[in-house]
Design a protein around this ligand. Structure first.
Ligand code: UDP
Length: 498
């Protein structure tokens, strides 16, 4: 792809142990390697096993990528054996143990780092690994953090933390997001839990994450400039060294690469494509709420009814953790599958999401507004039905619905608790889900305009990663910057300066 050969450059990538973080990091590894940089991805053994087919295909195609793993101290940190990824967590109490396990990794990471050949030129790490800046300093390397969120969200969070405007409002009282080029309202109940009061342990963790952000040499953002130009420029005023290199999922060109991202799909991809082939173009609603959200059985039932009432064909992904037995029982007793079998494909477990979204039969994406899912929907050129759940997802919903105008909200009001069945969360009713699906699939002018905007964004996304596109050029700028750093600071011998 790139005529220049940067084989002397070696980037070490260290993702957070969560699908929404290691999937785009591996895609980014491929993009960097296409520019001739040697890339090493370091992760835990079980995540490495999930990623190996992708990495093997990449190396077989000639890309200089290597996958290494470190033993993850699950049991020593009080986690169940084999719990190595956030999607293995079954209770909110285990989050603290997971943070402890990540802390325990530092020593073995640094020991491995010291042995790496060729000597690393820089490290791109997730900001949620709170010791990466310290390790980077020890090895005298630029530490660049990887953001899996939009510049819109980054700017919102920055402005909220500076202004603290949310402190003087009640939970459900709408207020204007400060300092944005668009007038957008939000409520305190919709803000990520990292803003505002939280437990002492989490406060400490968030403070360490903020310190990583402040100390980082620069930031790589999983977005692209044309998607949100005013917000990229706005955030660049705050963080000067910022490279938008996405959407990284665009590096997956063939069906196998699209189907096997971050996990083995629980449906045969050919069976899935065959089913989609039988549906009319633009008719199918694809419903998937990401790798972590866990809906209550009652909420899953409402979602099922909402899809049924919409009278559209649908693909519905039900996570393995989502009380599968209870849902199976309901489906059987209620004869849900019998009634919808002609037009509903249910995937229990891991869906080949990008493969599905890219199929011409898909006409809309019902999403929880995880940033990867949103970008994947943007690349597929489909409008979205937005149902945010946790973290920054309500802010992302605002970007999709109010700024890009490619989505319709189901009307969720407040963030839910992650990793637990939030029985206190307000039930999203089937009628609200059906109404949002109807609005997005509407064949009138408004629906057509929304679809056109979505198609235009998909074109921009494609161009951004092609040779000469904005993200392609940003990757080159990032590489040049790291090269300049090495020149200015002399060859890095990796001496541990601590
Ligand atoms: N994903 C997938 N199949 C699934 C669930 C998720 O391929 O059944 C992928 C999805 O394509 C995306 C990632 O997992 O790349 C989820 O990241 P996102 O930021 O959308 O949400 P999160 O799971 O972090 O909440």
């Amino acid at each position: 792809m790139d005529s220049q050969n940067h084989h002397q450059l070696h980037f070490v990538l260290f993702p957070l142990m969560a699908p929404g973080h290691f999937i785009p990091m591996v895609d980014m590894a491929k993009l960097l390697a296409q520019h001739g940089v040697t890339v090493t991805v370091i992760t835990t053994p079980l995540i490495a096993a999930r990623l190996r087919p992708t990495i093997n295909r990449a190396t077989a195609s000639g890309l200089p990528i290597r996958l290494l793993h470190l033993p993850f101290p699950s049991v020593a940190a009080g986690l169940p054996e084999g719990c190595e990824s956030f999607d293995d967590i079954t209770s909110p109490n285990l989050v603290n143990n997971f943070v402890v396990a990540i802390d325990m990794l530092q020593q073995s990471f640094e020991q491995l780092f010291e042995l790496l050949e060729p000597k690393p030129s820089c490290m791109i790490a997730d900001k949620h690994i709170p010791w990466v800046a310290e390790s980077g300093r020890k090895f005298q390397l630029p530490t660049i953090i990887f953001h899996v969120m939009s510049c819109f969200t980054l700017l919102c969070v920055h402005n909220l933390c500076v202004s603290k405007v949310y402190e003087s409002v009640s939970g459900s009282e709408p207020f204007m997001l400060p300092g944005l080029p668009d007038a957008i309202e939000v409520t305190k109940s919709q803000l990520p839990r990292s803003i505002g009061p939280s437990s002492l342990i989490m406060q400490d963790f968030e403070a360490r994450v903020r310190a990583v952000e402040e100390q980082a040499y620069g930031m790589v953002v999983n977005s692209f400039e044309e998607l949100e130009p005013r917000y990229v420029n706005g955030f660049r005023k705050i963080k000067e060294r910022l490279w938008c290199i996405g959407p990284p999922s665009q590096c997956n060109k063939d069906n196998l690469d699209k189907a096997q991202r971050g996990n083995k799909a629980s449906i045969d991809e050919n069976q899935c494509l065959k089913w989609l082939d039988t549906q009319e173009q633009g008719s199918v609603v694809y419903a998937c709420l990401g790798s972590l959200s866990s809906l209550t059985p009652a909420q899953l039932v409402e979602l099922g009814f909402g899809l049924e009432l919409s009278k559209r064909p649908f693909v519905w992904v039900i996570r393995s953790g989502d009380k599968a037995e209870e849902i199976d029982k309901w489906m059987e007793e209620d004869e849900f599958q019998k009634r919808t079998k002609e037009r509903g494909l249910i995937i229990r477990g891991w869906a080949p999401q990008v493969l599905i979204l890219d199929h011409p039969a898909v006409g809309a994406f019902l999403t929880h507004c995880g940033w990867n899912s949103i970008l994947e929907g943007v690349c597929a050129g489909v409008p979205m039905i937005t149902w945010p759940q946790f973290a920054e997802q309500f802010l992302t919903e605002k970007l999709v619905v109010k700024v890009l105008e490619t989505g319709v909200s189901v009307g969720a009001q407040a963030v839910v608790n992650l990793f637990e069945e939030d029985n206190f969360a307000v039930l999203m009713k089937r009628e609200a889900i059906m109404k949002a699906v109807d609005e997005v699939m509407d064949e009138g002018i408004k629906g057509e305009e929304r679809r056109k905007r979505a198609r235009d964004l998909a074109e921009m996304a494609k161009r951004a990663v092609e040779e000469g596109g904005s993200s392609y050029l940003n990757i080159r700028l990032l590489i040049q910057d790291v090269m300049q750093q090495l020149k200015d600071n002399g060859p890095n011998e990796n001496h541990n300066s601590s």
